[in-house]
Design a protein. Structure first.
Length: 228
């Protein structure tokens, strides 16, 4: 079994030491590097080639949001999991929109942080439906461009077919592929194909961005009201 290559990024040396001690003991995870600031991330990624970056948001020189945006703009970007102290923080939302695969709280139990890294490495998001909903509700109440964002999201989603749209709504509800397959009466393989096509058509990085776009477009409210 090939170990997941993990890069730790946090400006607090005690946090990095704790994470390294906690995660380095897992047989399937290899700590390949540590950084104290976002400014060090790209050079380290080029040197150690991590599969996953565990990224603190608040750092003194280059913050985790900027570092995430820079990484996810690359063609060979590793997955990024954001470390934060808040559930619904504007910077967390911006990091997710930039392409982070999810986030974990700094006081999350060690086993859950390990699970998050494994899931992201396997291509799955690390946001529970409850946390996804909380973030989206926070997104709806922040900024002055909600109407513009809604219109742009609607326009982007117009390229999707009917089944792709249904899958996008299900992804926005935080459902796993197996749950989507059951709810829409299709195979898991077909769900995966639809998700891949949605990502390609919309030029998105991951399922979290599908969920945010579906919410911005108002699709989740429509589904909850029984409309389409």
């Amino acid at each position: 079994m090939t170990a997941i290559r993990l890069l730790l990024v946090d400006d607090d040396p005690l946090v990095r030491t704790g994470l390294s001690f906690m995660m380095g003991g897992a047989a399937d995870i290899e700590i390949v590097g540590e950084a104290a600031d976002g400014s060090e991330v790209e050079e380290l990624v080029d040197r150690v080639h991590p599969d996953v970056v565990l990224m603190d948001i608040r750092m003194p020189s280059v913050d985790g949001l900027t570092a995430t945006e820079r990484l996810r703009a690359r063609g060979d970007a590793p997955q990024v999991v954001v470390l934060t102290t808040f559930h619904a923080d504007e910077q967390v939302l911006r990091a997710l929109r930039a392409g982070a695969a999810g986030f974990v709280l700094k006081d999350t139990p060690p086993a859950e942080i390990l699970d998050a890294v494994r899931r992201v490495a396997a291509g799955d998001p690390v946001l529970s439906p409850a946390v996804t909903r909380q973030l989206m509700e926070h997104a709806a109440g922040t900024g002055t461009g909600a109407d513009t964002r809604h219109a742009r999201a609607r326009a982007r989603l117009a390229v999707l077919g009917e089944r792709e749209r249904e899958v996008a709504v299900a992804v926005g509800q935080g459902l796993a592929n197996a749950e989507i397959a059951t709810g829409l009466f299709m195979s898991v393989a077909t769900v995966k194909t639809h998700v891949s096509r949605i990502l390609a058509k919309l030029d998105l990085n991951n399922r979290v961005q599908i969920a945010l776009l579906a919410y911005d477009a108002g699709l989740l409210e429509e589904d909850g009201d029984g409309g389409h």
